[in-house]
Design a protein around this ligand. Structure first.
Ligand code: GRF
Length: 218
């Protein structure tokens, strides 16, 4: 059983997907804490309703980013997570805090990385005229959205899509993607390190989420 700490700034639908998968036995993990930079994040309320400790710290109360991160990540460390999941955590994390968690912190990002790191991914994919987009789960390293990509889910871009329509289509696949990644880590199929491994072999390209919701080598 993995002890998961989840970082979220907003809605928390990815957190909801993890909790649903734990409830119905698709995941054998436990969410041991939810952490936020926004006191009003619905993800915190969702955690509390599920009896999970939920904490937010206010970045404005700290003069330096790294002091905020140190305080937040001290709280994260206190719940002794095996894996830290950034699920819609919208703040840049300073290098020192990331280094404390190297190899055990993952993020879900709504683009096919290395395309479109950062914000406004859906609008950027549409503006570029891409035929498809998707979501990536990657290791967190100090450079934004640049860590090894573990797995991706791809979705078509359809004529008439606007950023909201594309975001909704991707979000539907984000949830099974995140669950599948954590299930694979639980099972030992996916081993995290600077050079992640899949079933004992170096992972040289992102795994793909198939229609059944399983990860496969591409
Ligand atoms: C998701 O699109 C995720 O990829 C991005 O932020 C959004 C969070 O959604 N990083 P939710 O809060 O999990 O509903």
């Amino acid at each position: 059983m993995l002890r998961l700490a989840v970082l979220a700034s907003g809605r928390g639908s990815n957190l909801g997907a993890l909790l649903a998968a734990i409830k119905d036995g698709r995941l054998n993990s436990q969410v041991v804490g939810v952490f936020s930079d926004r006191a009003s994040a619905p993800a915190l309320e969702m955690a509390r309703q599920n009896g999970i400790p939920a904490l937010s710290l206010d970045p404005a109360a700290y003069s330096r980013r790294r002091d905020f991160d140190e305080a937040l990540f001290n709280e994260v460390a206190a719940v002794q997570p095996d894996l830290i999941v950034c699920a819609g955590y919208m703040r840049l994390i300073s290098e020192r805090a990331v280094r404390r968690c190297l190899g055990k912190m993952i993020n879900i990002h709504p683009s096919l990385l290395p395309k479109y790191p950062g914000l406004h991914t859906h609008a950027r994919a549409l503006a570029a005229g891409d035929a498809e987009s998707g979501a990536s789960v990657h290791l967190v390293i100090p450079e934004l959205d640049a860590g090894a990509v573990l797995a991706q889910a791809r979705v078509p871009i359809q004529a008439g899509d606007d950023p909201a329509a594309l975001a909704a289509r991707i979000l539907e696949r984000e949830h099974p993607l995140l669950v599948a990644c954590i299930a694979a880590i639980e099972a030992g199929d996916l081993e995290l390190s600077e050079a992640p491994r899949w079933r004992g072999q170096m992972l040289d390209a992102p795994l793909r989420l198939n229609a059944r919701g399983d990860l496969e080598k591409h």
